[in-house]
Design a protein around this ligand. Sequence first.
Ligand SMILES: C[S@@+](CC[C@H](N)C(=O)[O-])C[C@H]1O[C@@H](n2cnc3c(N)ncnc32)[C@H](O)[C@@H]1O
Length: 271
Amino acid sequence: MSLNLDDVLFVATLVQKKAAIQIDASKQYLVESRLHALALELGLKSEAELVLKLRRNGDATLKERVVDAMTTNETLFFRDVHPYETLRTTIVPELVKARASAPINIWSAACSTGQEPYSLALLLSEHFPALGRGGVRITATDISNRVLDQARAGRYTQAEVNRGLPAPLLVKHFKQDKGHWQLGEHVRQLVDFRNVNLVEAWPFATQFDLVLVRYVMVYFDHATRVALLERIRRSMRPGAYLLLGGAELLDPDVQGFERLTLGRSVVFRRT
Ligand SMILES: C[S@@+](CC[C@H](N)C(=O)[O-])C[C@H]1O[C@@H](n2cnc3c(N)ncnc32)[C@H](O)[C@@H]1O
């Protein structure tokens, strides 16, 4: 059974309040299809019944499941290729030099099912193997427990590994297991996955050397983006790098970063 406009607005308001994700009324189909799948999973007859339950008891776990269902988790290995080239040729060598014996701290914020932090971990394992012995910490976070469960498991379908993962890396670091590809522990142990809502308090006080916040701010409004980038800036060491998604730029209101073109990538450095 489809939702009425009031139901759609109720869900949109909840998702905006909890995760800052903007859903306008024209996305009725998206809300219906995502909540339909969740309703069936929860043993309910329809998305309308799910919204009714949500309105009636406002249970925190149910709200979390609804917000989770409304996140868009599109991702792939080595997304856009060029940023990873720039990391390999320029940024990581510079960080290795600058950090001397201190570990390099990396944050993959909004990591979805793990392809982004694991691409980093694979790149480091391949090209900077000495960092594997305590020289790097990758913190990977997302608001969705559903995607974090898959990320922690490091288990991918054939279709997922076909997207962006070079065959030699697949053969070297993954094992086939019951129709899936299982990433080896030697790579998985470089990444620490945690549930973090970017618009709430963060449970870490780390000063990062590199932050990737890619393809998530498109879901937020201008004020949220500016406030988030200011908090991210404060979580970075002076000279640390920030990587955004392909077409994403810093709003002119965001201060404290210089824009650099390194090879074929545009990156931002905390001043
Ligand atoms: C499109 S994916 C991007 C994944 C990856 N960064 C990439 O570029 O391939 C966006 C992710 O942002 C997460 N997300 C959305 N709102 C969030 C919030 N308020 N806090 C943390 N993560 C959020 C979603 O759960 C989703 O997994």
